[in-house]
Design a protein around this ligand. Structure first.
Ligand SMILES: [Zn+2]
Length: 720
């Protein structure tokens, strides 16, 4: 209570101090009016009861609106009374739940977070049922049966609505539909169990000090590790423990032992579970009329078919192989020298260790020393300048009438030439107790053309965890933090710059294997000295810029290991697609037998492991792992538009093109069209291979037609 008082006092103080200089939303209302834009700062619920009340009210309103759609005279069903009505419902419901999500992830009061978490769960359970409302489906179907002449985004809206119903099984006869529903419910439970087993598994492995030669003292002395006079307990299930041992333990036996434990984690429980999951997925796909689960999953992505995803990965493997082989040969040289065994080979438990040796020997970069060049505020302003400039925007800080944390900031984004307000973003940048602990952009208000003809401009929140300032130093970011900032802010722009008419297609509502691509592309900016020099400077003496050789060295280090990194990524994608490929109905699955030969393709085969049991992406990103590489490939391809422009990464015409062809349309047209318009040509995987250090075009990578040369997309790469 006392704390709350303090917070309010300091807010009030800040308010009076800033009142003179800081603008408020009202300063933008005239421009918004002129542009027929609706710009509203969200009202935030203040108590747990209000949080739950808001979501419950939204659900009740949505149910009433759904009833109206279902009860209408089917003979008069129209575009407005069916699919547009559904989009209107989604708009209101989404704003309510999005606020609850932000509260859940950021609020300082545990009771608020708890109430929000409960509400989000209630909402999710409710949302699943919406797809199964037969009455609503009948209305949409009745309208579709009139064979309406729709165009562009309107046509797509109807198409997607019907597609969702078909995928949920509503187009099937009732008995078959019931089977699909039953299988889906069972599948959801099996997937939950699979993930729970991965989280729950613990595999302590005890070593002596001698066995752990090379492993840093910091980890050996950390709590829980030293468990006896000469015994150290490491957990094979803890990625940080595993990676540290793999990178630093000199004794091969130690690395091998831990490897074998890790690659058998959760095996007893999860292998039969996974086989059952695969059976369920295959049955669902077949009952819905697909050849395989990967066809079902990719239908709504850019790839559109399992075969296209497969071709993409195969092409990349072929293109990457020489680079991979060359990297492994380098690592082998180190092993031969160290073991004096001329036949030494690089095994799965060796590559991390020798990569680390290679980096220590040849590419020493003290990445921590770079932090002095990236004080938080200067970096943020620097990024703002670049994005404002290339995208023709103006960001203005305004007063946030309600704050969930004292240092919260709110900005209005406007078009620089017309002054049209385009949206708003909150910045919540530093860690604290109970806060979401990664970096993400959360949508709050989506873009949407309202029924009165005005456009609802989006509001988003950027929630990050940069190192906080200390008594004697400002917040100093690492280079990788700066990369993350450029990436996440890219998502914010994707949301805010939307012009899509419907929530369904607004902002980042694009296929999952594309959504990361624009932001991945923007990461390139922070690897260019010219870009960094516009803002990065030693906070103690701003005349000091980043030494060029540091950037060069970091690039070299990245390039020296990228072949192994991506080859392994492609292995995971290959395993994922293989498990979800065509499979005869009724034939039992043996996920280990299907996957182990693929795991054996990058490094030497390893007997008696079952990594699929610990591969969490198989429940949630199933038949989607290829998407990481797909998005990376498109990102590299799109970056060439800037790289070939007169002003490179500062090029305003390339930036405006990105804004108009990628950000503005969002998902309102086929993403393939947007990308082609932006590139001015078909897609190619050559630029991507080039970023992997492959200069000689491999025949497999020679700019295949867009359809067979898919591109990629979701969240962070895996831990395996
Ligand atoms: Zn992202």
């Amino acid at each position: 209570m006392k704390r709350f008082l303090l917070v309010s006092l300091s807010s009030a103080f800040a308010l009076t101090l800033q009142a003179e200089s800081v603008k408020s939303l009202s300063d933008f209302q005239a421009a918004a009016e002129k542009a027929k834009a609706v710009l509203v700062i969200p009202e935030w619920p203040k108590t747990p009861i209000e949080v739950q009340g808001e979501v419950n009210t939204a659900i009740a309103k949505a149910n009433a609106a759904l009833d109206l759609i279902g009860k209408q005279d089917l003979a008069k069903a129209s575009f407005q009374s069916t699919v547009v009505a559904l989009d209107n419902i989604q708009n209101e419901a989404q704003i309510a739940v999005a606020k609850a999500v932000v509260i859940q992830q950021t609020n300082q009061d545990p009771a608020m977070r708890e109430a929000a978490e409960k509400s989000v769960k209630v909402f999710q359970d409710w949302a699943v049922g919406v797809d199964y409302r037969e009455d609503v489906y009948k209305a949409v179907k009745a309208f579709a049966d009139t064979k309406p002449k729709l165009e562009g985004e309107d046509a797509l809206l109807l198409e997607h609505a019907l597609r969702d119903y078909r995928r949920a099984g509503l187009a099937l006869p009732p008995d078959k539909r019931a089977e699909v529903e039953k299988l889906r419910k069972e599948l959801a439970q099996l997937e939950t169990d699979f993930q729970a087993n991965i989280v729950a598994v613990k595999a302590p492995v005890v070593f002596t000090k001698a066995e752990l030669e090379g492993v840093p003292e910091t980890i050996l002395e950390s709590p829980g590790v030293k468990t006896g006079d000469d015994s150290y307990t490491l957990l094979a299930n803890v990625t940080f423990h595993y990676n540290t041992v793999q990178e630093t333990a000199k004794k091969e036996e130690t690395r091998k032992h831990l490897y074998q434990v890790r690659f058998n984690l959760a095996r007893e429980k999860n292998v039969p579970l996974l086989n059952n999951i695969l059976t369920h997925r295959n049955q669902i796909a077949l009952k819905l009329g697909y050849k395989s689960w990967d066809d079902f999953q990719t239908e709504i992505k850019m790839a559109k078919s399992g075969a296209a995803a497969r071709t993409f990965i195969n092409d990349l493997v072929a293109g990457l192989q020489p680079k991979f082989d060359a990297e492994v040969a380098e690592l082998r040289k180190l092993k031969v020298a160290q073991t004096k065994d001329s036949n030494a080979q690089i095994n799965k438990w060796d590559w991390r260790y020798f990569q680390n040796e290679l980096k220590k020997d040849q590419y020493t970069v003290d990445t921590d020393a770079l932090r002095v060049y990236f004080p938080f505020q200067r970096t943020l302003d620097g990024m703002f300048n670049i994005y404002q400039n290339i995208f023709g925007l103006k960001f203005t800080k305004i007063l946030a009438p309600q704050k969930w944390v004292d240092d919260l900031q709110l900005y209005v984004v406007a078009d620089a030439s017309s002054g049209e307000p385009l949206g708003m973003f909150y910045l919540d940048m530093f860690p604290r107790d109970g806060k979401f602990n990664h970096f993400a952009q959360f949508g709050i208000v989506p873009g949407k053309l309202l029924t009165d003809g005005k456009y609802q401009r989006p509001t988003v929140a950027l929630v990050c965890n940069f190192p906080p300032p200390t008594k004697d130093k400002p917040s100093l970011l690492s280079h990788s933090d700066v990369e993350t900032l450029f990436h996440e802010f890219g998502h914010a722009l994707h949301s805010i710059l939307t012009r899509a008419k419907y929530v369904r297609f607004a902002g980042t509502n694009v296929p999952a294997d594309f959504v990361e691509a624009p932001s991945q592309m923007l990461q390139n900016w922070v690897w260019e000295k010219k870009v960094l020099d516009t803002f990065a400077a030693d906070y103690r003496d701003p005349s000091k810029k980043i030494p060029a050789e540091m950037i060069t060295k970091m690039k070299e280090a990245k390039l020296a290991t990228v072949g192994v990194y991506y080859r392994r990524q492609f292995t995971f994608a290959d395993v994922d697609l293989t498990l979800h490929d065509v499979h005869p109905e009724g034939e039992p699955y043996d996920s280990v037998a299907l996957s182990n030969p693929i795991f054996a393709k990058d490094f030497f085969p390893v007997d008696n492991t079952a990594f699929v049991a610990f591969f969490g992406h198989l429940a949630g990103y199933d038949a989607g792992y290829y998407g990481y590489a797909w998005a990376d490939a498109i990102a590299a391809d799109m970056a060439t538009v800037f790289e070939k422009s007169p002003n490179g990464y500062f090029d305003k015409s390339a930036g405006m093109k990105l804004r108009q062809e990628i950000y503005a349309p969002g998902g309102s047209r086929e993403v393939d069209i947007s990308i082609r318009n932006f590139l001015g040509r078909d897609r190619s995987i050559q630029p991507y291979l080039k970023t992997l250090g492959i200069e000689t075009p491999a025949k497999a990578g020679s700019a295949p037609p867009a359809e067979s040369n898919p591109g990629a997309a979701p969240p962070q790469p895996p831990k395996p």
